[in-house]
Design a protein around this ligand. Structure first.
Ligand SMILES: [Fe+2]
Ligand SMILES: [Fe+2]
Length: 341
């Protein structure tokens, strides 16, 4: 066995480490706002398992109502269950980039929050269906059967972006990677606050209040990062951001509005089934904003983001679905998605 030459025998101090190595040995201070957001994230930590589950009796609902509510949580989990690995890789990237200490901690907090959201989806689904997962569950009603088919298609679609994302992470800066993040977070924060306000079950009210607050912090993280990095953005990154915004709209519409047909690969009766589930859930006291409210939330979120991008002269994509004009972006594929939630 060849023995490795010990550098320490030849040199007084070690050679420079090839950069970027995976971790800094420094705790660089910089953006004060990030520090504030991190502190808020520590104050606002919550545990889905500790919510008032004892007040929740799934048997007080019909099976159709239970399946309809579980469908909504399943729809949310297609996004929130993919968020932990997405943010865990972004968190690693903050170390590779030797980001400011507080930025690293903020990405850690998002990873933790998203896992909480995923756990919350799981707890709700398990209680509602009295089964571990919505995929192998045996539906008890006709609507439940159709909802499960919808969920299978959502899951299939949502599973397709991971390879693309893995390739995008090392290639792009955090500011580019998370450019469409803001829009998702704004709309998510709004929708969860509305759902909390309208929820009849205390446990769902608590969950949506907490999730909405988390999304509000994620929004602030993103905004702070943009304000720090966009003034020095490379020109070629601008086009990429424009495309990402359009992609983010198409992707997130599935949960925050309705999935655009030519982007999502879904059966013809998908929307009809989803709307039926929403009506049943709503009538059972599980408040899901209606079509017009969702559309207006989305529009406001997009306009907010547009306000930010305009400041930095980044062209905005056209989003005719909610009445916003801009640069036309064609040919977005699921593989191009840098998922954000
Ligand atoms: Fe989330
Ligand atoms: Fe989030």
């Amino acid at each position: 066995m060849a023995t490795r030459t010990k550098l320490a025998a030849e040199m007084d101090t070690p050679p420079a480490i090839e950069q970027p190595n995976v971790f800094p040995l420094s705790w660089k201070q910089g953006t004060a706002k990030m520090e504030e957001i991190w502190e808020a994230s520590r104050r606002e930590v919550w545990d889905p398992a500790q919510l008032s589950w004892d007040t929740f009796d799934p048997d007080s609902y019909t099976w159709e109502e239970r399946e309809a509510m579980a469908y909504w949580w399943t729809l949310l989990s297609v996004f929130d269950a993919s968020a932990p690995p997405v943010f865990a890789s972004a968190f690693i990237k903050t170390y590779e980039l030797h980001e400011e200490d507080a930025v690293r901690r903020c990405f850690f907090s998002v990873t933790q929050d998203e896992q909480n959201h995923e756990q919350m989806c799981g707890l709700a689904i398990r209680k509602l269906l009295a089964w571990d997962d919505p995929m192998t569950y045996e539906p008890k009603t006709e609507l439940g059967m159709k909802a499960q088919r919808n969920a299978q298609w959502l899951y299939f679609n949502g599973g397709r972006y991971w390879e693309g994302y893995k390739q995008a992470v090392p290639k792009y800066s955090l500011a580019v990677l998370f450019s469409s993040f803001l829009m998702g977070e704004i709309a998510a924060a709004t929708i969860f606050h509305q759902m909390a306000a309208g929820a009849r079950e205390p446990v769902f009210q608590e969950a949506f209040t907490n999730i909405g607050r988390d999304e509000g912090r994620h929004m602030a993280i993103c905004m702070t990062l943009m304000e720090r990095d966009y003034p020095k953005l490379a020109v070629e990154d601008r086009d990429l951001i424009t495309k990402q915004i359009r992609a983010g709209y198409l992707f997130l519409s599935a949960v925050l509005f309705e999935p655009p047909e030519d982007f999502w690969d879904l059966p013809a009766d998908f929307i009809e089934v989803q709307r039926r589930c929403e009506t049943v859930a709503r009538d059972a006291g599980f408040h899901i904003p209606d079509y017009e409210t969702k559309k207006e939330n989305w529009r406001q979120a997009i306009l907010n983001l547009k306000g930010v991008l305009d400041k930095y002269d980044i062209p905005f994509p056209a989003i005719p679905e909610v009445g916003i004009d801009g640069q036309e972006i064609l040919d977005v594929e699921m593989e191009d998605i840098i998922p954000v939630f």
